[in-house]
Write a protein that binds this ligand. Structure first.
Ligand code: NAP
Length: 338
């Protein structure tokens, strides 16, 4: 049995490319499971732009991926051998086992994986009930403290985090405007996700459109993108407006750190606040988020898209889709036997 892996071959410089990864095959580490350990086979992978940041040699909320290490990423795995009664063979778990077919889990000192509840599919566990949705919920409800009647603007609004952020804001009684790339995605924002308006940042002047759509200013801006889109939102912030920094995908592939917003001082005049957050600090809210997401989906009030690619060979190219905007919803990949 062979464990196929995609390893980080070198630190990407600027835009990540497929050549930054190398394919390696090694024997499956099945023989020597210690008491308590389990062997996992990867069923499905989830992709997040933040993985690009983990590829840089920069300290963050997680250690950088080492060169030569399988690329870290969220995964659903099946237990195929077990010396741990809490993880019976056949069970599905969720973890960060990354771009490989097999991994040993529950090693001493390591964070154990979480069991996927019965009835939840791998697609749901990484998608609707995955970290991106919980991030959106916490960012709008807790960090952004959304209020009924707020004018809320979301960037990256057609993506995994943004589409849920937009809908959680709408379901909290806000007026919502989404920013995304292209007419197709902007169509989803209004027709599927119930936005009051959409802005196509590839074709339109975002600052001018925000001015026209938000004459009284933006009360809450949920930002996934950074750069000039963040500047456009600051220029249109309402007095005492709030900005929630979730991510900055426009800068993840920059060759050097990008300067911050050039109009930051406008927060002074507008009495604005800007706050970043990481989901890992809000894990106590996942139960509430799951309950609301379940009920909104059942009632048809919340819609969710996944984009499922297939096959081990396609893993690097699937990751790159996040940076061209090719992904149509939460980016996933099913590992099928080749
Ligand atoms: P996603 O939105 O599903 O996919 C990435 C999207 O980013 C692409 O589809 C593309 O959409 C857009 N994009 C790519 N390059 C861009 C650029 N240069 N300028 C503007 N837009 C660009 O990804 P996601 O998983 O939902 O992640 C969204 C953000 O949330 C990321 O910044 C991620 O790091 C962050 N995040 C934060 C946390 C946290 O705890 N704070 C947790 C999870 C994710 P268009 O077609 O619209 O351009």
């Amino acid at each position: 049995m062979i464990n196929r892996q995609w390893r980080l071959a070198r630190r990407p410089h600027g835009m990540v490319t497929a050549a930054d990864f190398e394919r390696r095959d090694e024997p499956v580490p099945i023989v020597d499971l210690d008491a308590g350990e389990i062997l996992l086979r990867t069923v499905m992978l989830g992709f997040d732009p933040a993985q690009r940041g983990w590829m840089d040699d920069v300290p963050g909320y997680m250690p950088p991926i080492a060169i030569g290490e399988p690329v870290r990423g969220s995964s659903i795995n099946q237990v195929v051998a077990s010396r741990n009664p809490a993880y019976p063979e056949g069970a599905l778990v969720r973890g960060l086992y990354g771009w490989q077919d097999y991994a040993v889990a529950c090693r001493a000192g390591e964070e154990p994986p979480s069991l996927v509840p019965t009835g939840v599919t791998p697609e749901q566990a990484l998608g609707l009930f995955g970290g991106a949705s919980f991030t959106a919920y916490v960012g709008i409800r807790d960090v952004g403290a959304v209020r009924a009647g707020d004018t809320v603007v979301v960037s990256g609004a057609a993506g995994a985090v943004g589409s849920v952020a937009l809908q959680v804001a709408r379901l909290s009684g806000a007026r919502v405007i989404g920013i995304a790339g292209g007419t197709e995605k902007c169509g989803w924002l209004v027709d599927e996700y119930g936005a009051d308006a959409a802005i196509d940042y590839r074709a339109e002047n975002v600052e001018e459109r925000l001015k026209a759509l938000c004459p009284d200013g933006i009360d809450l801006f949920f930002d996934n993108v950074g750069g000039t889109i963040l500047e456009a939102a600051i220029a249109n912030l309402a007095w005492f407006g709030r900005i929630v920094l979730c991510g900055g995908v426009s800068g993840y592939n920059a060759e050097a750190p990008v300067p911050g917003p050039r109009n930051l001082m406008e927060l002074v005049t507008r009495r604005g606040t800007m706050r970043g957050f990481i989901l890992l600090d809000h894990l106590d809210r996942i139960a509430a988020a799951s309950a609301d997401l379940t009920s909104w989906t059942a009632s048809g009030e919340l819609r969710y898209r996944t984009d499922i690619q297939q096959g081990f060979e396609n893993i690097p190219d699937t990751f790159l889709r996040l940076f061209s905007g090719a992904n149509r919803g939460k980016q996933l990949l099913r590992l099928t036997p080749d």
